[in-house]
Design a protein. Structure first.
Length: 527
């Protein structure tokens, strides 16, 4: 398959196996040809709304076949899809819409009882006024102030756009990632980076093999789910698609569609195994890739192995896409428990640098991972300064991750060098949460840490209160819950007179390790 633009790649797929199922969605089977035809019509509908090459189209909804059709439509137009976590709320939504300069917002107002209309109505009116239109995934258009509102069905009824208006080096997708300030960075990927990575993952993960079927239980708004979906389509493996993760639904889909491969987090696989009592509940699964965000990985890998499920550690970032590397499926349990592995692309390059001396390190020496390859982002959209900081002169990404080389072309990821934390399966910058907490009139300053407790990482906010203010944890939690996704809201709030500090070579620094110890004792009930 010659790598060109994504529409050309998918036209080739449609010609070679267009009648084969590409997606199992509820009670429907959707073929590659049907997906391509729908994407052409959606592209025509977006043109009618005034979308031009280079314009940004934001999508804020759970998984659905239409999500993929919208992406392929934007790719055909030369437009850029801005992926927004469906769990984000008004503050986050407004920030991303405003800074990305999105022309269109596509959302699903009636999904699972969440009142997306109310959340959208809470967005700054100046941001909404910058939209040309809002597209509702459903039958009844919502009223969103003065913004023009149309249904997704009306896009699908448009005359199909036949021509391809993009180049292989053009941007086609933006993913948000946590940065060193409150505002997340916008990671821009191109037709080339997404298309080539999809092909390489399909080959490495066996999605192009006979009888391959994948289960997608990860959100498409993030690179973890998105990379799996694109690789499945590129390789010809039908996708059993879930709108969102539900252990019972996922277990049923594996058994019903004889799924051969899936990817997820440690928590997902723990819950999957709990959902079925059989000794070997998923015999069709050849193996599964996992990311360990919440618990020690080796016990999970061993437990899964006892029940016939072979797990292999993965590695990826928004900048390099998910599924960048995976541990060998036939490796011992101890190795498969590590994040990292062998890069999926033969053209990928991995090195480790000592963060203090700048010296490149050999095998088994820990330092900052620097990675490169065809899956690499083009830039941080509209942020040349951040792009320059992230990229080396020879094209490697400075990951900010601690790891070491294994001597066989692979590597092991150990931890983040910085203070980013994992909450709800997402990498979150604590500064973002701290800034939100500090918006409360009763809070002068905040520091947020995360510690493992009861099977997952939980955030604890230490706050310095304004003079005369008293601590009300319930009120602070409600305040944050209205402004951020609920998984970012701290589990506990603790009033503190002064943050613990230490004088270092570069000045006074807050001792986050001391705060983590305090949070651990608090959650465990120790004094």
């Amino acid at each position: 398959m010659t790598l060109r633009t994504l529409p050309i790649i998918f036209e080739e797929i449609a010609r070679s196996r267009g009648g084969e199922p590409a997606i199992f969605w509820r009670e429907r089977e959707i073929t590659v040809s049907e997906l391509v035809v729908e994407s052409r019509r959606v592209a025509g509908g977006l043109v009618a709304l005034g979308v031009d090459p280079g314009d940004r189209v934001a999508i804020w909804m759970p998984n659905a076949p239409s999500y993929l059709a919208v992406f392929l439509a934007c790719a055909r137009l030369g437009a850029i899809l801005v992926n927004i976590n469906s769990r984000f709320r008004s503050s986050e939504l407004g920030d991303i819409l405003g800074r990305s300069g999105a022309r269109i917002l596509i959302y699903w107002p009636a999904y699972r009882g969440v009142n997306f209309d109310e959340i959208l109505a809470d967005v700054d009116p100046a941001v909404l006024d910058g939209l040309s239109a809002v597209v509702v995934h459903g039958d009844e258009p919502a009223r969103t102030r003065s913004v023009r509102t149309v249904t997704y069905g009306s896009l699908c009824a448009a005359s199909p756009l036949a021509d391809d208006r993009a180049g292989a080096g053009d941007g086609c997708a933006i993913f948000t990632t946590s940065g060193t300030t409150r505002a997340p960075k916008f990671v821009l990927h191109t037709h080339r980076s997404i298309g080539e990575h999809a092909i390489q993952v399909a080959r490495s993960f066996g999605y192009d093999g006979p009888g391959a079927v994948t289960l997608l239980m990860l959100p498409l708004c993030g690179v973890f789910g998105f990379a799996q979906a694109m690789a499945s389509l590129a390789g010809g493996a039908p996708i059993a698609l879930l709108a969102q993760f539900d252990a019972e639904a996922a277990a049923a889909a594996i058994q019903r569609f004889k799924v051969t491969q899936t990817n997820g987090t440690d928590d997902m696989f723990t819950r999957l195994l709990e959902a079925r009592r059989e000794a070997t509940p998923f015999p069709s699964l050849k193996w599964a890739g996992f990311a360990s965000f919440n618990m020690a990985a080796e016990p999970l890998v061993a437990t899964a192995e006892e029940r016939g499920l072979r797990l292999a550690g993965l590695y990826g970032t928004s900048e390099l896409q998910a599924l960048y590397a995976r541990q060998p499926v036939d490796a011992p349990t101890a190795r498969r428990a590590f994040a990292g592995g062998i890069p999926t692309s033969p053209a990928a390059r991995v090195r480790v640098r000592d963060a203090e001396t700048g010296r490149l390190l050999g095998a088994d020496q820990a330092g900052e991972l620097e990675l490169a390859g065809p899956s690499r982002m083009a830039e941080y959209f509209a942020d040349a300064e951040a792009t320059a900081r992230a990229l080396t002169d020879d094209g490697f990404i400075r990951t900010g991750d601690l790891g070491y080389l294994t001597g066989d072309g692979g590597f092991v990821f150990q931890a983040r060098l910085g203070d980013a934390i994992r909450l709800g399966g997402f990498l979150v910058n604590p500064v973002e949460i701290e800034s939100c907490v500090q918006e409360h009139p009763g809070v002068v300053a905040a520091q947020v840490v995360a510690v493992p407790h009861a099977g997952r990482d939980r955030a604890v906010a230490f706050v310095r209160l304004a003079h005369g203010a008293s601590l009300d944890e319930t009120a602070l939690a409600a305040f944050c819950g209205q402004r951020m996704a609920r998984f970012k809201t701290p589990e506990r709030f603790v009033a503190i007179e002064e943050f613990p500090v230490a004088m270092g070579p570069n000045g006074v620094k807050i001792q986050r390790g001391v705060l983590r110890d305090m949070a651990r004792r608090l959650l465990s009930g120790e004094r």
